[in-house]
Write a protein that binds this ligand. Sequence first.
Ligand SMILES: [Zn+2]
Length: 133
Amino acid sequence: MAGTSTIETKCEKCGNTFEATVVDHLTLVLNEDLELAKALKTGRINRAQCPKCKKVTYIERSIVINFEPQNLIVFYDKNASDEAVRQEIMSKYENVTRFNEILEEARSDIEFQIVSSAEKLKDLIDEYLKQRI
Ligand SMILES: [Zn+2]
């Protein structure tokens, strides 16, 4: 299950501007979403192809991953190594959960992590995949 949005991106090869669908948030279900998990691990989750010259690029952007059934939510953002950015993400999360009854209730069971390095995200997914049966 994934939430997507459409963004404009510019082809690095021919300069053509085109629309691409990117993943904002997704739920990974252990034992089901192996391909998705691998795509996340290699940074290839957001693949876009230029309609003009067919050049394939992988779009780097922040993404929220919900690991099931661990109740772990990971906010992945390369800019989050900055303390101010982390604070902002955290307060956004606080706000969202505070105004949503279901989330508010679930909050005590959910672990929320902010990850800013691709390496750390990869380790996290490796650990997660080890629990597959
Ligand atoms: Zn192009």
